[in-house]
Design a binder for this molecule. Sequence first.
Ligand code: PEP
Ligand code: MN
Length: 345
Amino acid sequence: MIIAIKQGSPAKEVRRFAKSLEEKGVQVHFSEGASQTVLGLVGDTAEIDAEALNANHLVEKVVRVQEPYKRANRKFHPDDTCIRICASAGGECRVGGGFFSVIAGPCSVESREQILDIAESVKASGASFLRGGAFKPRTSPYSFQGLGADGLELLLEAKKQTGLPIVTEIMDLSQLHLFGDVDVIQVGARNMQNFTLLKELGRCGKPILLKRGLSATVNELLMSAEYVMAGGNENVILCERGIRTFETYTRNTLDVSAIPALQRQSHLPVVVDPSHAAGLSWMVETLSKAAVVAGADGLIVEVHNNPEKALSDGEQSLSPSAFTSLMRALKKYIEMEGKSFSNGK
Ligand code: PEP
Ligand code: MN
């Protein structure tokens, strides 16, 4: 971090200011020119708030050289992180570090029959994880809100029956006690900056699938990951799920460039959600291929046994047979990328 000091600032005050910075654990190097003093901060500046420094009367300008995230930063962890999740029969599903995973299932858990049926079919097609929302963040309070705790019970039954680890969304901390047997906790786009939730999930030790907010930048997504990691939970999977743009043809716009951007900046695995990005089932396969070729470490795809009757997101949900052909179509692209498919065997 570089801090330009205002011209004419009293030297004594600048020294005192430098000392206060050193107390935050960084080294301060002085460059004193004829008319300007510049302070160079060396060390871990993640905890130094550039905006607060700008408010100091001695400061002309602050330039951040290093990213404000540390634990999520590839500079401090050059190797890709591989997140391991136990599957049935002692197997393991791995996400990242050369392993490709597919998370598949309905948008919402709707009934016992529905979730068990879909779980069996996505497993037969080779999915690594079963997804399904029990607590649903819906735009309208009059839309189906999910089955809540009963939905989680049904998901756990599907996990028991198929051996597939499960991924499901938490909307509020009050629900956390129900997530004991959930394998991966999803933080939805709308909660990406719910910092109270992120901090608590940082203490829970379970893998977190963190979805990018509708209007969040790559940097903001990484800062949210940092919140979880700062609490001691390093198991974060980042998810690009489409962002808001001026385009209305698709539900969102899949930001393919976020995949290499996130992977350049961070060691965390990146999965892509082509279903919420497109909002259209017929586009899911094309976007999935694009995601694989752009380097994604996995996909999260909505699958419904009867998309026309789905209680949420039917238009973007694949039928079980369309999911089977997606999995077949992706195989060669995943191999081309030199990744191994991970489905817990
Ligand atoms: C979902 O996965 O069903 C969901 C609500 O996703 P998002 O938070 O990305 O909108
Ligand atoms: Mn959905």
